[in-house]
Design a protein around this ligand. Structure first.
Ligand SMILES: Nc1ncnc2c1ncn2[C@@H]1O[C@H](COP(=O)(O)OP(=O)(O)OP(=O)(O)O)[C@@H](O)[C@H]1O
Length: 306
């Protein structure tokens, strides 16, 4: 990778508060143009890492780099409740050397232009968050850092925020966002870092982290089905699940071929499905220290990260 494509990075970044290691040797890289998800449960060290990246607090050791300028929504932006959204942004714009046209641009960007003259106080939480994003967008920074942008929002507000992030990325902005919601990150991020207890457990593409995809088939007689499966997916590409099905490490578009081959070998196919691990399962595997090879893990792991 070209160093030019790195818009933020940390190396062995560490923050110690008293005897508590809040961030423990975290090394990560955010590339230009991507939506990068920083994922972990409450208290994992996300905010502390982001604050170090933004130069708001000093690392105990290690380094943090972020391109400049960078826009951030990291703690509730201090808006005046009795001023309108527009007036709030104009006040901010003045202090940062931007004109009113820039205020209009960012209000449009977050779809608040029509409500710009309403008092901040009367905004929904989602609108307040969007106004915070608008403030972060002023001056069109190359990188925008959003700390838990959907926290506390209702489902519609969350969907709006996700759509906004996707839209920003489409417009060429790099977005680094933190979240404790895996499903959300899985939906909108290109790459993710998983952090727990201050430590980076994994960094990678969403697809890569999910450990590939597989086809699950239940067919009889089993020994013959196994032979066909091994011929198609290779000896190492087939696993027997605990409930007696076969798991083939093959992309989902191979399902018709698998079915055809089994049937033409005189085997009865009772069930065939494609399975992808959710990030929730990946996270559960990473934090519980179990193997990541199985795609049959439970889906009831959401609570592990809430
Ligand atoms: N100023 C501070 N002084 C002492 N401990 C702190 C301070 N800031 C954070 N911590 C501790 O560091 C750990 C990581 O906190 P951090 O806020 O970075 O986590 P987080 O992943 O952002 O979680 P959350 O989503 O709850 O904000 C926590 O145990 C927290 O209590």
């Amino acid at each position: 990778m070209n160093a030019h494509d790195t818009v933020a990075s940390t190396e062995n970044l560490t923050k110690v508060y008293g005897d508590r290691v809040a961030v423990d040797k975290v090394t990560m890289t955010v590339r230009r143009g991507e939506v990068y998800g920083f994922l972990g449960p409450n208290g994992a060290g996300k905010t502390t890492t982001l604050r170090m990246l933004l130069g708001l607090i000093r690392p105990t050791s290690g380094t943090a780099y972020a391109t400049s300028p960078v826009g951030a929504l990291i703690e509730g932006p201090g808006f005046f409740p009795y001023l309108s959204g527009r007036a709030n942004l104009r006040t901010l714009a003045r202090s940062r050397g931007f004109d009113d046209a820039e205020v209009e641009r960012v209000l449009e960007r977050v779809d608040l232009a029509g409500r710009g003259d309403d008092r901040f106080k009367g905004y929904s939480l989602g609108m307040k968050q969007r106004l915070g994003v608008a403030a972060a967008l002023m001056g069109d920074p190359e990188l925008i850092v959003l700390d838990e942008p959907t926290n506390g929002l209702d489902p519609a507000g969350m969907a709006d925020m996700r759509a906004l992030v996707v839209d920003l990325a489409r417009g060429g902005q790099t977005v680094l966002l933190s979240s404790h919601l895996l499903a959300e990150v899985q939906e909108i991020c290109h790459r993710v870092a998983v952090i727990n207890d201050g430590r980076l457990l994994r960094e990678g593409g969403v697809a890569e982290l999910r450990g590939g995809i597989s086809i699950r088939v239940r067919a009889t007689p089993e020994p013959e089905a196994l032979a066909v499966a091994m011929r198609l997916a290779g000896d190492d590409g087939v696993q027997r699940t605990t409930d007696g099905a076969l798991q083939l490490t093959l992309p989902p578009d191979q399902a018709p071929r698998v079915t055809r081959e089994l049937v033409s070998a005189g085997i009865d196919v009772h069930e065939i499905t494609t399975a992808e691990r959710s990030l929730e399962e990946v996270f559960f595997d990473l934090t519980s220290g179990s193997t990541t090879g199985s795609t049959t893990g439970s889906t009831a792991t959401k609570e592990a990260v809430r």
